[in-house]
Design a protein around this ligand. Structure first.
Ligand code: URP
Ligand code: ZN
Ligand code: ZN
Length: 480
């Protein structure tokens, strides 16, 4: 058998196994895994390296058209599909799933068409879209979403906060009912909108408007309450649920309690909740805005609780929640140098640093093994968002999306070395061990030793199958 490419001598790690073996790749797919493979029009020596399925970042925001209330004062995202995908692949990721947002009054179908135009010819790696539903009209619920889900947009996101996005409990139930009918998977941003508004008003009345007060206005109990409510709504409607960007132990306990009741609840966290704290929001001269995201980073106890959840299997997926706002007048400082925290765009960048940070803090520090690292950052995302087994694993028949990873490489994270279009990283100066050397997308080398070898437009749009969360649907009962 001849191959287009053989990757030899590496240690292959999947979510199930770690084995020393060669990989044979033809026509962009993995066609052979064996102890030794000869031949190959091209050969890559991966001796001393790990051969991993490319990462899947299933929570990132790119070129998202803004509505007031999400990004205060119309701040614009600095990364679209070109710089976002380039940054992702330099950090070990080969598939991205950003959000196509439906704004109020807009048709979701029109939003999808617009988002396809934004992505067209831009991405260097493959991509799919989640659909944010902010206006669940009868037409959206009854016609548009069913048609889009059947066309392969099988994941939705709803918000319990942000003026422009928040849905009432009743509206969330409506979206869940459509998701149940069409077997879509719903992601939820769980924070209690009313409590945030009430606290923010009190803080502003006291003149407490600095970025640090963002964290005070969104304390952990409001996330715990919203997580409990979200899970209850999913329980009543009879749908599996993904609770995104969990920031501490209390909402994680709600996930555990739901699972103990037999519910299918998937838990996501992000590197910022493992590595930053609310003190990062206290930096002077508005610099604290560089760590402002929602939910906010908490404290070291919350970090420890999240690591426990990663170790004991409660956390299923770790994504970046890359939300790229520059520290300038177009981004974080849209409202000026003294803008109150409510006028600062929420979100931080992290597409490129997600895998190195988790590999270093997780695998190198002995908190998780390699297979768990792969599951958390790639395989589980592929399964939950209907991309498996084409993506997220190393198996015969899968796309040859591969990270050839140097587990010894030491890097001090510096924004000047990253490839996003954001002018800062909240992880500046952190030291990590482990970084990808060579990246393949569908069998083609797209990054090698710091050089980009792909062109915008090489990435393809992916339609999604039904989420694996629906696999045991007979266990998902409904009150409707
Ligand atoms: O602060 C955040 N997370 N911004 C991005 C939007 C979201 O809620 O995921
Ligand atoms: Zn969110
Ligand atoms: Zn997000």
């Amino acid at each position: 058998m001849n191959f287009d490419l053989v990757i030899s001598g590496g240690t292959i790690a999947t979510a199930a196994d770690v084995v020393k073996a060669d990989l044979g790749i033809t026509n962009g797919r993995i066609v052979a895994i064996a102890e030794k493979l000869s031949g190959g029009a091209q050969r890559i020596d991966a001796g001393g390296r790990l051969v991993l399925p490319g990462g899947i970042d299933a929570h990132c925001h790119l070129d998202q058209p803004q509505a007031p209330g999400l990004a205060a004062n119309g701040a614009v995202m600095a990364d679209g599909f070109r710089t976002g995908s380039i940054s992702a692949v330099f950090g070990g990721t080969t598939t991205i799933v950003p959000f196509c947002v439906q704004h109020r009054g807009q048709s979701v179908t029109a939003a999808v068409e617009d988002y396809h135009r934004r992505a067209q010819g831009q991405a260097v790696i493959d991509y799919a879209f989640h659909l944010i539903v902010s206006d669940p009209t009868p037409a959206v619920l009854g016609q548009e979403l069913p048609a889009l889900i059947r066309r392969g947009h099988t994941s939705l996101k709803v918000y319990m906060t942000y003026d422009a996005m928040v849905l009432s409990d009743r509206q969330i139930l409506d979206v869940f009912a459509t998701a149940r009918q069409e077997r879509a998977i719903v992601m939820i941003h769980a924070e209690n909108h009313e409590i945030i508004a009430w606290l923010a008003e009190k803080l502003e009345a006291q003149g407490r408007t600095a970025p640090s007060q963002h964290a005070v206005s969104r304390p952990l109990p409001i996330e715990r309450e919203a997580t409990h409510r979200a899970v209850t709504l999913a329980e009543v409607a009879g749908v599996p649920l993904v609770v995104v960007h969990i920031s501490g132990g209390e909402p994680l306990d709600e996930v555990r309690r739901a699972r103990a009741r037999g519910l299918t609840v998937i838990a996501e966290t992000c590197p910022q909740y493992l590595l930053l704290t609310e003190h990062d929001l206290e930096a002077p001269d508005m610099e604290g805005a560089k760590a402002m995201c929602s939910p906010p980073p908490r404290d070291t106890a919350a970090q420890a609780a999240l690591w426990r959840g990663i170790e004991d299997g409660t956390v299923d997926i770790i994504n970046s929640d890359h939300a790229p706002y520059r520290f300038d007048r177009d981004g974080k400082l849209r409202g000026g140098m003294n803008a109150p925290f409510r006028k600062v765009a929420n979100g931080i960048p992290g597409l490129e640093t997600r895998l190195p940070l988790l590999f270093s803090e997780g695998v190198i520090k002995g908190r998780i093994d390699l297979s768990r690292f792969v599951a958390l950052t790639s395989t589980n995302n592929a399964k939950f968002y209907g991309l498996h087994p084409r993506k997220g694993t190393i198996a015969v028949g899968a796309d040859a999306d591969i990270a050839i990873w140097d587990p010894e490489k030491r890097v001090t994270i510096r924004n000047e070395n990253l490839h996003h279009n954001v002018d800062y990283t909240p992880f500046e100066g952190m030291e990590v061990q482990g970084w990808p050397r060579t990246m393949l997308s569908r069998g083609r080398v797209v990054v090698d030793n710091g050089e980009l070898l792909a062109s915008p437009g090489d990435g393809q749009f992916l339609t999604q199958n039904t989420s694996s969360a629906w696999a045991n649907e007979r266990g998902i009962k409904s009150w409707i």
